[in-house]
Ligand binder design. Structure first.
Ligand code: HEM
Ligand code: HEM
Length: 209
């Protein structure tokens, strides 16, 4: 927030939680099968990492604290004016526009986690339905001759009508919103790095900053 001549520094907890969150999102987006035991395990790990980062926002070093990057549309507008006027400003933590993005990403992750946990119930191993088997396919009777696609369709239909329906829909919508936010986030990092003529991503790497 406050202009300082020094470059931004992130402590190891911020760096570690950043890349662990990114990895978990990537894993659940492209590797694990939606709703499978692995998906849910990665989901719980994501929840734990996010909880650690949010705790760090209250007890961590100055740059990591929420107080260093309050959500402020007014300051975000001022930052946009700085950009359009070509004014270069240094911020000790996330710049005010970046701060809005950070809260948007965290908020969206919380919705994804809340709906995911609500659908999954107890952690895998404690709930009977998660003993390794994917849960996306329902127990609805599927004709023996049904092909794989028909079986999946039947599972999805049941999911839409069953109790996972609205939760699943919110989960999926929030996931799509998250993808859009991540693209904007990476775009913002590239844009601001060019503007400041230094690679902001380096500050998120071990030893960087
Ligand atoms: C950012 C990380 C995540 C991504 C990218 C993601 C992605 C998805 C997608 C695309 C689906 C399929 C859409 C649907 O059926 O609703 C899905 C389903 C599901 N996800 Fe996630 N998910 C994430 C986190 C979580 C978490 C944290 C949990 C729980 C701890 C979770 C539990 C589930 C469950 C149980 C389903 C199955 C829904 C159903 O059977 O209809 N997910 N996820
Ligand atoms: C799934 C993908 C990603 C997610 C969910 C994500 C999310 C976030 C979040 C929540 C923060 C705030 C960090 C904190 O205060 O704890 C952040 C900061 C940051 N992220 Fe990402 N990120 C992702 C991918 C990336 C990638 C691929 C890059 C590399 C270009 C990147 C570069 C950065 C940088 C440089 C910051 C600090 C911005 C600043 O200097 O204010 N992120 N990201």
């Amino acid at each position: 927030m406050i202009d300082t001549p020094t470059h931004r520094r992130w402590d190891p907890v911020v760096k570690l939680t950043h890349w662990a969150v990114a990895l978990a999102v990537l894993a659940n987006a492209v590797i694990t099968e939606a709703g499978s035991a692995n998906h849910v395990w990665v989901g719980y790990a994501l929840a734990a990492i996010l909880a650690l980062r949010l705790l760090w926002g209250m007890i961590g070093p100055a740059e990591a604290r929420f107080a260093a990057f309050p959500p402020s549309p007014g300051r975000a507008m001022a930052h946009i004016r700085d950009i359009s006027a070509g004014r270069k400003t240094e911020h000790r933590s996330h710049n005010p526009l970046g701060a809005l993005m950070v809260y948007a990403i965290w908020g969206t992750l919380l919705v994804i986690i809340a709906t995911g946990v609500a659908m999954a119930g107890l952690p895998p191993g404690q709930g009977a339905e998660h003993k390794g088997a994917p849960t996306t396919i329902s127990a609805a009777p599927i004709p023996a001759e049904a092909g794989e696609d028909e079986a999946r369709e039947a599972g999805e239909r049941e999911g839409e009508e069953g109790e996972e329906g609205p939760l699943g829909a919110v989960h999926e919508a929030a996931v799509n919103l998250l993808y859009a936010l991540i693209l904007l986030h990476i775009g913002g990092v590239v844009f601001e790095s060019r503007r400041q003529k230094r690679n902001l991503a380096l500050a998120m790497l071990p030893g960087g900053g």
